[in-house]
Design a protein around this ligand. Sequence first.
Ligand SMILES: [Zn+2]
Length: 677
Amino acid sequence: MNKVKPSFVVDLSMTMIMDYTSQNQDGQENDRQKLFCNCGSSQTYTQKIVRNIVINYDELTEDGESISSLTCVKCKKEYNKDNKLYLLPVDVDELYNVEYESKEDEKTITINKKKNFVKYSTSKDSITHKQVVDSLMICKKTNKISSNINKPFYSNFFEKNFDKDVKVNYNLDLTNVSILEEFFHYKSSINYYGIGNCNMMLNFLKKLTKDFKTFNKEIQFVNYTFSESGKIEEVSEGEYVSYFQNVPSGFGDGKIIRKKVVTGDYLVNLLSCYKLLFSVLSFEPSSTIILTKDYNFFKKWIESDFVCEPEIYISQNATNPNKIMETSLKFNKKGQIRASFKGAKEDVYNFKMSSTIYNSLRNVEDLSVLGKVYSFGILKKNEIEELIQKYENSKIYNLLMNIVNKKNNDILVSYKNIEHILKNDFYIKNKSGNNASSYSGDFLTIYIDTIRVIDLLNLKEKTIFKCKNYSSLKEMHDDYSARFNAMKDLKKAELYISAVEEFLELNCKIGDVEIEVVPTSEKLNLEGLKMKHCIYTYLNRICEKRYLAINLTHSITGERATAGFTRSGKVLKFEQLKGFYNSRATEEMIFCAQKFCNENNIKITSHFDLSVDKNRQRLMENQMTESDLEDLRNLKKENGEELSVEVKDKFLKISKKKNKTDTDKSFLKNIKNLFVF
Ligand SMILES: [Zn+2]
């Protein structure tokens, strides 16, 4: 092939290329551009050139002086809108052409992608060319596929994932075929030679693909690429290259016409074919997903977090679609059991994917919804199946998605509720009509609020089932909420007592720390006053069974702290531990609070209130310091628990020696309280 090098013009003053003009710091630079004609001659200009004689930039700074054509003084060639130039920034590699080449020997088939770069170097005042070669290789014996792709990268995929790598070698399988997006990346300013050479490997893959005939029939890009008319002819026009193909005229007259190929479209089809055939080659049973769903489902699946490496499926004997999706749900890419569903109650590992459930999946997002619904304990497997048999899939999954996505959802809807919603088409019908996409989170908020207020009013759970449509639900919600609010103001004290009642059994003593559920709203008020913090503002939430306050008191030092827990039914979750004026509790107090949570199966997520920080501690009046507590404990040990008057005097001397002026008074008071003389 006769490849003529193009001509370049360099934006020396960096006043034209928008991305780079900011680097021109003083902004006062005069225009300086330099033409490097492919005849070998170069010449400098002091004017910008117009945008439409440049191939590779869509946005350029132009002004009234910009020239609309350049003529090389040596060879007299004119550059204009019909004969364009590449514009180069300074000291940056610019990719201007790509050549695909194919090679086959007895062991391998390889496609090499030669990337040709040009760079203007300021220090040398010249342009240099550089070639970087990427490759795709398939071993004919093992059918293993590998890729070797080098910087600089162009596709988003690589920018996101491999920015720091200079060279990337990968064995390709269905989990990482997106790497090919770099290999077949298209940019309109680049000249692509030898695209037709990419077909040799495709034809080899075709023979290895058991279900090729079905793919060819049902998947458009496969049909297009492998058909007779998919064959392309490369034509050089000066330094540019075009492709042509023979296709049916489109009039059904049996005539074949010659048509120019849109290079970018052709590369996208090649990319899709390679992604598909490589995926299926790396794990053959994956083609059953395409055969039972469609290519779109397959594509989203292999691009999602729900795809595992082939070995994982093989180790799970996942050869049919149900088992493949079940394995995808249970394991992450590398085969670790999925722990990604926060707040899960059920182990997703126990989930069994039946044909009924598999058939109901519309896309891979549904799989994720299913995983959450199951692991949150909202629905059991047979309940999911019952719903699928009775209701439209799109209605079910849209509702379930809304349920699992609801944030701070401390009341979970049950199977009965879900069935109630589906049966009565509870979603709000929007103007565009009664379709499943009009499910809105709003009705669900109202539904869940109604369940909550029914519980607060001590009405029967089934009360909500009286509602047969959205407006009767809204009516019930507004009515009961109004009643509850009126009652709440009158009867807060009573509501508080009944809300916390079932937790009083948590009261206990751990070490020297007394732990007590704050039992009444009066006590809650006092707690806030004593501790100078804001626990009282949690009153409403406690009355509504969404929060619980527990007091911790150290029986020797007098230290107090308040622990707050979010509440969902009987389940508590640690939220905060605050000392005097919201200060940090002492190490011993923190330890006891953690022990209390562990003993009562209360979930703790890592929290700064539970990390020891002496600088954030603050003593209450009458509170003994930690070091005094230690001294006292040592003394007690030495004296077999009983402290004589002499020992007490000795202890006071030690304490004074330590020169703790402001705690001395409180310490004395404590000592009086502690011992009976
Ligand atoms: Zn020239």
